[in-house]
Write a protein that binds this ligand. Structure first.
Ligand code: C2E
Ligand code: MG
Ligand code: MG
Length: 683
């Protein structure tokens, strides 16, 4: 079996006298010549068992002809240890070393084969195998290897080597591996360099991360500081804008000619006094007056004299009244006075008589002319003749006309019986309840157009009464009536339902619907059942809260507010968008509005109307828009009739517009046509 392994070049058996009995290559020369034989025999017959390495005799030192072929002689013993002969094995060292060829022993690494006496027989290096004809004995090395298997020193005088050796079992060989110390160290240096550089990289990464973290913290701190700063700036901007708005409102609140309150401010102040008046036992009266023959003064003496006359009248009014009274110029030659906190109703008579006298005195120095005029005055009492400013004004105005009819230069009290109720009004009042049942109400729709891209982003539903005989009647003629009588609740419900039906129908027709807004009057907003009915309608018609919107007016926001706010909050909770209509026509301001659940604000038509002609109005509109935006409120302008107005509103940052310039309110069939051409671009 051994013979078939390439490492064994030859196997031969010898008897105790070293005579060859058998050879695996019989023709080959017997490696045991006489000299070798004598030497072996001289050593004495090996007694140890055959597997003891000490018993093996290496005869390589003697065989010089083929250095790779190393004969080894093993004594063969029987079971009891008696010598029976010898086995000679000729090993191929080249083959043996070749087995190590694929092991990376490094640049200077060497595998040595030494015999038991420390004589080197062959070695394998990175360059190849070497058999050594000039055999060297490494005594020191063998001694060191004998102790602990390792050696460090100069092997051949070529430099320091590190070596490790093992005696081959059952064979008289030592196999050693050596390497130049420098190379061994170099690999250590390399790996420690690797370790150190990894540590260095880790440390620098750690430093970079810490630095980044610190920088991040610092940056966050800076951002936070910047945020606080911008927040402070925003607050101060809002404060400035509010102050600006207040200044602009003040500018727009006084009549530039006389310095008196203008109509807007008069209404506002009078309304706040009437709020107090409701809880007071004192008397309040509204006096409305105009100047007799003022037109002829203007026509004959010129406008500048007319203007001077108005200024002089204003002076006399101011000096003739207490500071608690409110005086305003309502337009042209019309003035109004709210007499406040009178102890006796009869005092009004004395005051009116005094005013009549003072204003009827000649005006001697008007641009070189002396002018004589007199006022006609009408008086309405709060609350008997009206609960709010506009009713009181209207009624005092009608009293003034009766004074004029009586012959000018006098005053009259309002008498409810004098109220000029036309046949038509009576008729409408009587027929309104049935109009709802008979289905005579219809909705028209006016688009709201976004100013950035002129897309239609919503519609407002406006109710009309399609009277079989009187034709189309506009809401101004019947909504106040409905509000007074309480009919507004069923009317409002009809509008709400009609809007839902219409949205559902449009959707069925495949139209991509936009939110449809409808108007909700103050009385409806105090109806706690409104949100529930609205939710039911939406559900019944398969609509979402986003499909409808409501518009409330500033007059909804007067005291008592609790119920209105509760209803508004419920609507907001449902997801219904609430817009504030006619903003600026009443008394609310943005600081009140910001606490209400309102998403949009519609600037009153009167502002839009004046935006081109009055610088102050332009400032007011711009500041309303800026402030509303800072509160997250969308701004719509209504009543846009001219391209100029649209351009100014767009410049001021207004979000949407609504008005005749883009489209009048139209019936449903026309509205669908508008929706199918989703933009209305101004020409
Ligand atoms: P609003 O809600 O402010 O509606 C806008 C009004 O301005 C509408 O008058 C509309 O036709 C008119 N309008 C639109 N664009 C222009 C324009 O460019 N120039 C001018 N001069 N007017 C324009 P309408 O339809 O006569 O309605 C008047 C008011 O009646 C509405 O004012 C609203 O307060 C009330 N109203 C209308 N429908 C309803 C309703 O269903 N319920 C309640 N409670 N009130 C309604
Ligand atoms: Mg409206
Ligand atoms: Mg409006």
């Amino acid at each position: 079996m051994l013979a078939i392994d390439d490492i064994f070049l030859n196997l031969a058996l010898y008897d105790t006298s070293l005579r060859r009995i058998h050879s695996s290559t019989p023709g080959a020369v017997d490696p045991l010549d006489d000299e070798l034989r004598a030497a072996v025999l001289q050593r004495g017959r090996p007694r140890a068992p055959a597997d003891s390495p000490a018993a093996a005799v290496l005869m390589s030192a003697r065989t010089q002809d083929n250095a790779w072929a190393v004969p080894v002689l093993f004594p063969v013993a029987d079971d009891i240890g008696a010598g029976k002969g010898f086995l000679l094995i000729t090993l191929d060292l080249g083959y043996f070393l070749g087995l190590y060829r694929n092991i990376d022993i490094g640049r200077t690494g060497v595998i040595h084969i030494l015999d038991a006496d420390g004589i080197e027989l062959a070695e394998a290096r990175a360059e190849g195998l070497t058999h050594l004809n000039k055999r060297q004995r490494f005594e020191e090395f063998v001694a060191a290897v004998g102790r602990d298997g390792s050696y460090a020193g100069d092997l051949r005088g070529t430099g320091a080597y590190l070596a490790n050796a093992r005696k081959a079992e059952r064979a008289p060989f030592i196999v050693a591996v050596s390497k130049e110390l420098a190379e061994v160290r170099a690999s250590h240096v390399r790996s420690s360099t690797r370790v150190w550089s990894s540590i260095a990289i880790l440390v620098s990464a750690l430093i970079a991360a810490t630095w980044g973290l610190v920088r991040g913290f610092r940056r966050q701190h800076q951002l936070f500081a910047a945020f606080l700063k911008s927040n402070r700036e925003n607050h101060s901007l809002i404060a400035q804008l509010e102050a600006g708005e207040a200044r602009a409102v003040a500018l727009a609140s006084f009549d530039h000619l006389t310095g008196l309150h203008n109509r807007r401010l008069f209404n506002e102040l009078a309304a706040s006094h009437l709020e107090v008046a409701r809880r007071s036992r004192k008397h309040y009266a509204l006096v409305y007056m105009d100047l007799d023959r003022f037109k002829s003064v203007n026509d004959t003496l010129g406008h500048h004299v007319g203007d001077r006359l108005l200024q002089a009248v204003a002076e006399r009014l101011k000096s003739g009244l207490r500071s608690a009274d409110i005086v305003g110029r309502m337009g042209g030659d019309e003035f109004a006075v709210l007499l406040t906190e009178l102890d006796l109703a009869e005092s009004v008579d004395a005051i009116a008589t005094k005013l009549l006298y003072q204003l009827s005195q000649p005006y001697p120095e008007l641009e070189g002319h002396e002018v004589q005029t007199s006022p006609s005055m009408g008086i309405a009492f709060f609350p008997r003749d009206g609960h709010d400013v506009s009713t009181l004004c209207r009624n005092a105005d009608s009293a003034m006309y009766s004074a004029k009819r009586r012959g000018r230069g006098c005053f009259s009290y309002y008498d409810a019986a004098l109220r000029p109720q036309t046949d038509r009004t009576f008729r409408l009042q009587g027929e309104l309840p049935q109009a709802i049942e008979k289905g005579e109400l219809v909705l028209h729709f006016q688009p709201k157009v976004r100013l950035t891209d002129y897309r239609i982003v919503g519609f407002e539903a406006l109710v009309r009464w399609d009277h079989p005989e009187l034709g189309l009647i506009f809401p101004g003629d019947f909504i106040p009536m409905a509000e007074e009588s309480g009919l507004i609740i069923p009317l409002g419900d009809w509008v709400m339902k009609a809007c839902c039906l219409q949205q559902a129908a449009w959707r069925r027709q495949g139209v991509e619907v936009v939110p449809l807004a409808f108007n909700v009057s103050p009385r409806q907003l105090r109806d706690s059942g409104l949100p529930r009915r609205m939710a039911e309608l939406l559900y019944d018609h398969g609509l979402g809260a986003g499909d409808i919107e409501i518009e409330i007016t500033e007059s909804s926001l007067v005291e008592p507010l609790d119920m209105a706010i509760q209803v508004l909050e419920e609507l907001q909770h449902m997801g219904v968008v609430v817009g504030l209509d006619d903003f600026g026509s009443g008394f609310s301001n943005l600081s009140q509005v910001r606490h209400l659940p309102i998403s949009s604000l519609k600037i009153d038509r009167s502002f839009v109307n004046d935006i081109r002609t009055s610088k102050e109005v332009g400032v007011i509109v711009t500041s309303i828009i800026t402030l509303a935006h800072s509160l997250g409120i969308r701004v719509i302008a209504e009543g846009v009739e001219l391209l100029d107005q649209l351009v100014q509103l767009r410049t001021a940052g207004c979000d949407e517009v609504q008005g005749y310039y883009l489209s009048r309110p139209v019936p449903a069939d026309d509205a669908i046509r508008l929706m199918n051409q989703p933009t209305i671009v101004p020409q």
